[in-house]
Write a protein that binds this ligand. Structure first.
Ligand SMILES: NC(=O)c1ccc[n+]([C@@H]2O[C@H](COP(=O)([O-])OP(=O)(O)OC[C@H]3O[C@@H](n4cnc5c(N)ncnc54)[C@H](OP(=O)(O)O)[C@@H]3O)[C@@H](O)[C@H]2O)c1
Length: 312
């Protein structure tokens, strides 16, 4: 699989990155641990070199699974994890230097590693100045426990403030054909400063696979009930219309809508990789075609047009 440079770093990430939220085993119903392990193994076997995780995914379980499975091949991989959500509490956002250092030590222990390649702030906070949090991250970098720093879910303004404190190589935002708000906010900031985007929710948590023929509902506690707005019932007709149109375009490429959705994300130069979550090896293999399609200029324009202003 082709790789792209991650911002100003020396890291070359594959265009597709494995995400491990659902693999953690909580907040996504119908967890299958064997499938989760197989997803990680399959991704590595298929040449994906970057795995995104976080303490918050299954309260440390996703990191533990990764630690167990990547033994022996760790050096070939780019491991990205996050800090700032307190899994020993109520998942409150904390970015004090003490908490960042503690969070990092716990992640390294679960991952059974002595460094992570990309350490990302999971969510911005208001009560700790970004320069204070960035100083802690840079200290972790000097200590060799972190190779590069990234942020997730930062607005353009928040990203710019972080960049002023030290090297930020990536932004991980919610970005897909069903969620394009960053194009007018943080994406231009990324372009200005050479920060790469690694998108999450890239296939709209399964919505862009076209597998839902009616408005889907999920069990109590499932994150899809509240995290991604395209699952809200009021948006279903508009969302379904977009998915159907993506499906029609996908047919021209003998592909499925999620392949086109991934290819569309990768058509943006500022994107280094599209993160996708997968429950098992089969889903991993199925998603690989997303990195093989080269969309025509015409189709990119069509996709831009059909996915514009869905929620207004
Ligand atoms: N930084 C952050 O705040 C943040 C937030 C969210 C996510 N993330 C990261 O980004 C990753 C990706 O986001 P995401 O997992 O929320 O959403 P996603 O990648 O858009 O969707 C993943 C889900 O879609 C379904 N799916 C995947 N491949 C499929 C296929 N080939 N056919 C049918 N269904 C398929 C699976 O769920 P079902 O089988 O249940 O349908 C899977 O769990 C996460 O795992 C995590 O690493 C980061």
């Amino acid at each position: 699989m082709k790789t792209r440079k991650l911002g100003t770093s020396e890291l070359q990430v594959t265009e597709l990155i494995l995400g491990t939220w659902a693999i953690g085993g909580s907040m996504w119903s119908d967890y299958d641990e064997a499938g989760a392990k197989e997803a990680i193994k399959t991704a590595i076997d298929c040449g994906i070199n970057c795995i995104d995780t976080a303490p918050a995914y299954g309260a440390g379980h996703a990191e533990e699974l990764i630690g167990e499975i990547v033994k022996g091949v760790r050096e070939q991989l780019i491991i990205a994890t996050k800090c700032g959500l307190n899994i020993e509490g109520r998942y409150e956002k904390i970015l004090t230097p003490e908490f960042i250092m503690h969070d990092l030590e716990m992640s390294l222990k679960r991952l059974k590693m002595d460094y992570v390649d990309l350490y990302q702030i999971h969510w911005p906070v208001n009560d700790v100045p970004i320069e204070v949090s960035m100083e802690a991250l840079m200290k972790a970098k000097q200590q060799g426990k972190v190779r590069y720093i990234g942020v997730c879910n930062f607005s353009g303004k928040e990203l710019e403030a972080a960049i002023k404190c030290g090297e930020v190589v990536s932004l991980q935002p919610n970005y897909s054909l069903l969620e394009r708000d960053i194009e007018k906010d943080s994406m231009p900031v990324c372009k200005t400063y050479g920060v790469s985007i690694i998108s999450y929710g890239s296939i709209a948590a399964g919505m862009l696979t076209g597998k839902y023929k009616e408005h889907p509902t999920f069990k109590k506690g499932d994150a899809r009930n509240f995290f991604y707005r395209y699952f809200k019932k009021e948006y279903w007709p508009a969302v379904k219309r977009v998915v159907d149109e993506v499906e029609a375009i996908a047919k021209k490429y003998s592909a499925r809508p999620h392949h086109v959705a991934l290819a569309w994300i990768l058509s943006h130069d500022v994107v280094a990789g599209a993160i996708f979550g997968a429950r098992n090896g089969e889903q991993v293999k199925d998603n690989l075609a997303g990195a093989e399609i080269k969309l025509s200029k015409d189709d990119i324009e069509k996709l831009n047009h059909i996915s514009e202003n869905i929620y207004s």
